[in-house]
Write a protein that binds this ligand. Structure first.
Ligand SMILES: [Zn+2]
Length: 420
């Protein structure tokens, strides 16, 4: 049994001098610190000046793309994909994907993400890497059928799902059609039918470029959200990502469907120079989650940075300061992601998953400490994370990945030949 001591901050409450009691993978109790003696606690972490957060849920990632960090900068998304990323991906060997996925996950974990929702090729390798590092991982094998891309063959997606469903408490397979223009209506329908029979999540890039929108309209005479509706996949098990070119009527249709929209503001500002109508989606009732997307183009798997940019860029989008408050954005990074993935997580409450993060806030940027929600979004950085717990197990502490048995410096040394 563990106790984490500090100011417990979730979207619903701030409890100072709290002790969060953890046992058997769940939060057992949240009590005033002075009562910690009531439990037979084996280990105590944190203390005065620490902040306890629900683990951040990184609802859209391609962790293995750590390998491509810094490549293809400052070019439009279609050129970035066709000239830089896809040719590099065709060179992938499964073992390389596993190595780089492990690095990307370790980075996300050390920066406070306890869950990732990954969309990539060689999904078996990503799943094995997740087991090694101990992160909670939703993983889908990327599929496409409108271009010939052997590593994304449709049968691989269904096979991966069947192989991994129910296999590991921390690894949940999903279905991952690449994007609305990269999957035919027939295949998208097939994915929908497969998902319905198995209560599976569908994770898809949606309206991430004008080229995608034009192509779907040309092929089917429909904008992307209507295409998803016609394919029978627009519902509460759908996790759409980006949505930057959604029309007003698509926003309404999407909001009514119960689907989640994952907002990756850093990735899309870098690749497309704009963000999605997140505030409009949110105001009409859409569940919003946040994701880093990938180390290329974003550069850093840090959800604190993602929260901060989401808060300020949505203010720029609306030309108003009363939208995307720190608390709302914090909700998107915790409860929003948990709702999307069907996890009882994102809050610090008895019965919730013990996916928790301990921040060392004994630093200038956390003073005077009167508004913890603001401090989490505007002052905290991934590097302030001292301890990360997934499923009640400490998987990262002070630079050591405990399950992996390696320190951050060890990983850096292993990857050094390809690094700076
Ligand atoms: Zn993506």
């Amino acid at each position: 049994m563990f106790a984490l001591i500090g100011t417990a901050v979730d979207v619903e409450s701030v409890r100072r001098n709290a002790a969060v009691i953890v046992e058997d993978g769940f939060i057992q109790d949240v009590i005033p610190q002075e009562r910690v003696g009531e439990y037979a606690v084996d280990e105590v972490y944190g203390g005065d000046g620490y902040i306890i957060l629900p683990g951040l849920i990184n609802a859209h990632t391609h962790v293995a793309m750590a390998r491509f960090r810094g490549l293809g900068e400052d070019i439009p998304i279609e050129r970035w994909l066709s000239d830089v990323i896809w040719p590099a991906e065709l060179e992938w060997e499964p073992g390389d994907v596993r190595r780089w996925a492990l690095l990307g996950m370790a980075e996300a974990l050390a920066n406070g993400s306890t869950t990732i929702n990954d969309h990539y090729f060689f999904a078996d390798e990503i799943a094995k890497a997740a087991q090694e590092v101990g992160i909670r991982a939703f993983i889908g094998q990327t599929v496409m059928d409108t271009i010939d891309f052997p590593i994304a063959a449709p049968e691989g997606g269904f096979r991966f799902f069947n192989d991994w469903v129910g296999k590991d408490e921390l690894v949940t397979p999903t279905l991952a059609p690449h994007a609305t223009n990269m999957v035919s209506l027939e295949l998208m329908r097939e994915i929908g039918e497969f998902a319905r029979g198995r209560n599976a999540l569908i994770h898809v890039h949606l309206s991430q470029s004008m080229g995608e929108v034009r192509e779907v309209k040309r092929r089917y005479g429909l904008p992307p959200v209507e295409y998803l509706e016609r394919a029978g996949v627009l519902g509460d098990n759908l996790i759409g990502v980006h949505g930057i070119y959604l029309s007003d009527s698509e926003v309404s249709l999407y909001a009514k469907s119960g689907a989640t929209l994952v907002h990756c503001s850093l990735s899309m500002t870098k690749l497309e120079g704009r963000i999605a109508p997140i505030i409009e989606l949110f105001e009409r009732g859409t569940n919003i989650a946040l994701g880093n997307d990938s180390p290329n183009p974003v550069g850093l798997m840090d959800m604190f940075t993602e929260m901060r940019f989401a808060a300020v860029l949505n203010k720029v989008w609306r030309r108003r300061t009363d939208v995307a408050s720190a608390r709302e954005v914090f909700r998107w990074a915790t409860v929003g992601g948990a709702e999307a993935l069907g996890l009882k997580a994102g809050l610090i409450k008895p019965g919730y998953l013990a996916d928790l993060v301990l921040i060392n806030a004994r630093k200038a940027q956390f003073l005077p400490g009167e508004n913890p929600h603001s401090h989490v979004v505007y002052s905290a950085r991934g590097s302030d994370v001292e301890l990360v717990m997934v499923n009640g197990e400490i998987v990262y502490r002070n630079g050591l990945f405990t399950k992996l048995g390696k320190r951050m410096e060890d990983l850096w040394a292993e990857f050094r030949p390809s690094g700076p």
